[in-house]
Design a protein around this ligand. Structure first.
Ligand SMILES: [Zn+2]
Length: 317
């Protein structure tokens, strides 16, 4: 048995274990409902107006169903370093193997009935399931699903929730340098949406030519490609070869969200060509932090794969 299998076996022992019960600090009450619907911008009077609620199918004030979790949710408390409940024990075990980061991934709720003012809830929680080790975009980790049954203090079931988190090792996501074992072919860049209007431009890029569409009626240059001249209305056009020289008119440096086909930080420029049209392209050959508006740049062509070549711009030499 590998270390990873042994660890998974330990984790699996937690499946089905009770975490315990917890009582809501307060019964379902108007003040909490009012704050919640105001924060959400929900103006349904059935939540806050006793007269309107009395005339509704509910006959009385109801709490928004999705507030379920709020009625028993406790305030933030640091996890005890020893003891505590089953969940505290599981989290300590997971974190001891380096899975210290957390992100909530799914929440599913079911409701048995609407909640009314005065309903006082209790939860019964258990560890529902724990996944094997998974490589995710954020990092290597385990999905942990907790099941929470909601009932009144008298024991009447009112709803339930499955809540899934990912506990992962920081720095092991797809943006991180891969280890030998997990080195995989890099996904391809997203394809441009080719149309009859723009295909010529990408075809030229494949030949390492930067072209600009030109109106055959009045000679006005335009980019991005489109069927009709905005100046004279002509549908006739041809294209010229650009010099490839221009300046950075504007730019952004993209950090998130990270897509595996790209390197980050990713400087993306709005390049003003000396012919006067502008285009969006990667800025290369320079530290992202050193890119400046107005910087002279020159085109180069990057063959991303057999089907995709795109212009990029480096600082002019
Ligand atoms: Zn024209």
């Amino acid at each position: 048995m590998t270390d990873e299998q042994a660890f998974l076996a330990k984790l699996k022992e937690f499946e089905g274990r009770e975490i315990g019960t917890q009582d809501g600090a307060d019964a379902v009450n108007q003040a909490m409902i009012r704050h919640w619907v105001e924060a959400m911008g929900d103006q349904n009077p059935v939540y806050v107006d006793p007269d309107a609620a009395a005339k509704s199918v509910h006959g009385q004030i109801i709490a928004p169903a999705v507030m379920l979790q709020a009625w028993v949710m406790r305030g933030f408390a640091p996890r005890p370093s020893e003891g505590g409940n089953t969940q505290d024990e599981l989290m300590r075990l997971v974190e001891s193997e380096g899975f210290t980061s957390v992100v909530a991934t799914n929440c599913e709720q079911e409701y048995d009935r609407m909640l009314h003012l005065g309903d006082h809830l209790r939860t019964r929680s258990m560890i529902d399931s724990i996944s094997e080790e998974k490589q995710t975009g954020l990092g290597v980790g385990h999905f942990i699903t907790t099941r929470v049954e909601y009932e009144t203090l008298d024991g009447e079931p009112v709803g339930r929730q499955l809540f899934r988190i990912l506990k992962f090792r920081p720095g092991t996501g797809r943006g991180a340098a891969p280890t030998k074992d997990e080195e995989k072919p890099r996904p391809k860049r997203p394809r441009p949406a080719l149309t009859l209007d723009n295909k010529f431009w990408f075809d030229a890029a494949k030949e390492h030519r930067l072209v600009i569409q030109r109106c055959a009626g009045c000679g006005t240059l335009r980019h991005p490609p489109r069927p009709r001249c905005a100046k004279c209305g002509s549908y006739e056009w041809d294209a010229i070869d650009a010099s490839g020289r221009g300046t950075v008119y504007s730019f952004v440096v993209n950090h998130h969200p990270q897509v595996p086909a790209f390197d980050y930080p990713l400087p993306i420029g709005l390049i003003e060509l000396e012919e006067g049209t502008r285009l969006v392209a990667d800025i290369v050959g320079i530290d992202a932090a050193d890119v400046e508006v107005g910087m002279p740049v020159e085109v180069e062509f990057v063959d991303h794969d057999e089907d995709l070549t795109l212009p990029a711009f480096h600082p002019a030499k």
